[in-house]
Design a protein around this ligand. Structure first.
Ligand SMILES: NC(=O)C1=CN([C@@H]2O[C@H](COP(=O)(O)OP(=O)(O)OC[C@H]3O[C@@H](n4cnc5c(N)ncnc54)[C@H](O)[C@@H]3O)[C@@H](O)[C@H]2O)C=CC1
Ligand SMILES: CC(=O)C(=O)O
Ligand SMILES: [Mg+2]
Length: 603
């Protein structure tokens, strides 16, 4: 357990840039202008003359053939010009302008889009993913130009089994599904939440090499309780309050049945569902379909890896995790998922019961410290409520500052969705932490909703802290040539590997064991040297390497549990015979990489 498995930090993408090897052919059932209007096949000015002849494209394009490298350079030049031309404008204006130029390329030419995304992931992830994707969802109705993904609404009841066949691809491997009810920390955004599945799936392509022809973003529009949206004349969703109870579940049931009738092995990632439905749907489907909830399970693994990193950062053995005092602020799907996995880890490490393992953890929600005194406590939070005997003088509903001052925790985790609640007083109180290297995880998204900024954390809690946030912040200049390192504690380090590992294993379920292996793999990724510098997670530049390792860990766990049925030509026996290194190589080889393939017309 916890072996170090670090890879060279160079991105796979860079080493493969513009290789001269000719990729295998790609079958296309269209001809002429239809191909130019299909972003899966379109090469714009990059179609060679022979292909233009074969596919009926001659005369439909300017005569000069432009190479992929040249097209790439041309796009990056326009992107840089846009950066120059928008200087001085508001951050919102600039972010949306950047998103628009990337989105236009996505709509036009997927190969080029994914190539620039992979090669520039550190720069572009904050645009196609958090934080800009939050802004895009908030402004979606105004930004909308053309559809992407599928929309199933409350009005489609009884029709979904046939609707699913409207999707043009024969095979779908990965679906990200939302009902828009809790988009990042921005609340109920109804149909506008579709931006999240799109952004997550872009990360699947960039980080895991999922084939973009086999992914599907889905919005389950069951209405919205956001009054402002219901009154907005531009709103594109169903104008009704959210379905509740059995009516709601009937829609999700029908969707899940329809998906698996057409694509029995498609993996469904549930994303940004409000807590009650996040837990309910996870328990309802996880033994029946290949699915997981990213906010509960993906976040838990990433947070656990970070929490274990903070133990190593203190120069202590991992076994000391069982003694760490951890305060989690936010008792929603993310906070409770983190607590559940962390408690299981303590119990495993110390050999004690999960009840005993809970004693080091403190949970705070919008009503303060969660204790057994609380009436109307959500059933999912009950296992983590503190008993009277463990309160150490704190009262039910104690505030964050009261808890931090009393407990002096090693780690303060924020998953509340409330920007700035780790205020100056709370951060200063963390200076009294019992840890030699206190850790602050402000994990809420997008940036405005982070519990504190990186600068405030280092300024108020001290230069000695370990800091992580859900959305990216710049490293903090501490003067004298020193910098406070900012980690990005985001489930993007796990969900691509969970999806890819599961796909290649051919497993029909995603078990706790597979998720635990994913978390352990991420936890062991960093070297001692990095960890001592406060670097808990790898740079996003090497996310394909991280995903290859995580994917292999998930695949091997599926083999161990006897769930791996194999994928494509590789059967369960071959998977079982692969060494760890072979498995990583196998996962890596199966990552799709954007290159123009020769197109062959097939009737
Ligand atoms: N970094 C990452 O990878 C991830 C970050 N998140 C972020 O975590 C946040 C929460 O997500 P969920 O748990 O799904 O939301 P949720 O809505 O299920 O839960 C929010 C929780 O915060 C509590 N809360 C609200 N105001 C509070 C206050 N003033 N003080 C203390 N607690 C307060 C609520 O009582 C509730 O328990 C979101 O901003 C989301 O973007 C979620 C998943 C992954
Ligand atoms: C990162 C993520 O999944 C969230 O903020 O909801
Ligand atoms: Mg999420």
């Amino acid at each position: 357990m916890w072996k170090l498995a670090r890879f060279a930090a160079t991105s796979l993408a860079r080493s493969r840039r513009f290789s001269t090897a000719i990729p295998g052919p790609c079958m296309v059932h269209k001809r002429g202008a239809d191909i130019l209007h299909d972003p899966w096949f379109n090469k714009d000015t990059g179609f060679p003359l022979t292909e233009r002849d074969r596919l009926g494209l001659r005369g439909l394009l300017p005569p000069r053939v432009i190479s992929f490298e040249h097209q790439y350079e041309r796009f990056m030049n326009s992107y840089r010009s846009l950066e120059k031309n928008t200087r001085g404008q508001s951050d919102k204006f600039i972010s949306l302008a950047k998103w628009r130029i990337l989105n236009r390329l996505h709509d036009r030419n997927e190969t080029l889009y994914y190539r620039v995304l992979i090669d520039n992931i550190k720069e572009f992830a904050p645009i196609i993913y958090t934080p800009t994707v939050g802004l895009v969802c908030q402004n979606y109705s105004g930004l909308y130009r053309r559809p992407r993904g599928m929309y199933f609404s409350a009005k489609d009841k009884g029709e979904m089994m046939s609707m699913i066949y409207n999707w043009p691809a024969n095979q779908v491997d990965m679906i990200v599904l939302t009902d828009g009810s809790r988009i990042l920390g921005l609340g109920d955004l109804g149909v506008q939440g579709i931006g999240i599945p799109i952004g997550k799936l872009d990360m699947y392509v960039a980080a895991a090499g999922m084939n973009p022809q086999r992914i599907l973003p889905v919005m389950l529009d069951v209405g919205t309780n956001n009054q402002k949206l219901l009154e907005d004349p531009l709103y594109l969703g169903v104008r009704q309050p959210r379905l509740e109870g059995e009516e709601y579940l009937a829609v999700v049931d029908e969707f899940m049945e329809a998906v698996h009738a057409r694509w029995p092995k498609a993996i469904v990632q549930f994303e940004d569902f409000q807590m009650k439905w996040a837990f309910e749907t996870l328990y309802r489907y996880r033994k029946k379909f290949c699915m997981f909830n990213d906010d509960i399970q993906g976040t838990a693994g990433v947070a656990l890896a970070g929490l274990l990193g903070t133990v190593r950062a203190q120069g202590r053995p991992l076994s000391d995790f069982v003694n760490q005092k951890i305060v989690v602020v936010g008792a929603g799907s993310a906070g409770l998922g983190v607590l559940k996995m962390a408690v299981q880890a303590v119990s495993r490490m110390s050999g004690c019961s999960e009840t005993a393992a809970k004693s080091q953890f403190y949970l705070i929600d919008k009503n303060g410290l969660v204790t057994t005194e609380r009436s109307n406590l959500d059933p999912a939070a009950v296992p983590f409520a503190k008993h009277q005997s463990d309160l150490e003088g704190l009262a039910e509903g104690a505030s964050i500052i009261e808890v931090v001052k009393k407990i002096k925790p090693h780690v303060l985790v924020g998953l509340s969705g409330v920007g700035g609640i780790f205020n100056e007083e709370v951060l200063k109180a963390m200076r009294e932490s019992v840890s030699t290297k206190p850790a602050i995880f402000a994990m809420s998204n997008p940036t405005m909703n982070a519990e504190c900024t990186a600068t405030d954390a280092f300024n108020h809690a001290g230069e000695n802290i370990v800091f992580a946030s859900g959305s990216p912040f710049e490293n903090v200049n501490l003067g004298d040539g020193k910098f406070g390192h900012v980690n990005q504690a985001n489930n993007m380090y796990l969900f691509p590997g969970i999806g890819l590992g599961t796909l290649l294993s051919g497993a029909r379920l995603i078990t706790d064991g597979m998720l635990q292996e994913a978390a352990e793999c991420l936890a062991s990724y960093m070297t001692e040297e990095d960890i001592h510098k406060g670097i808990l997670y790898p740079s996003i530049d090497c996310i394909r390497n991280v995903t290859a390792e995580v994917g292999a860990a998930v695949l091997r766990a599926a083999v161990v549990e006897g769930l791996a049925e194999g994928h494509g030509d590789v059967g369960s026996k071959e998977l079982a015979h692969m060494s760890k290194e072979d498995t990583v190589g196998y996962v890596r080889e199966n990552m799709w990489f954007p290159e123009y393939s020769p197109l062959v017309h097939e009737k």
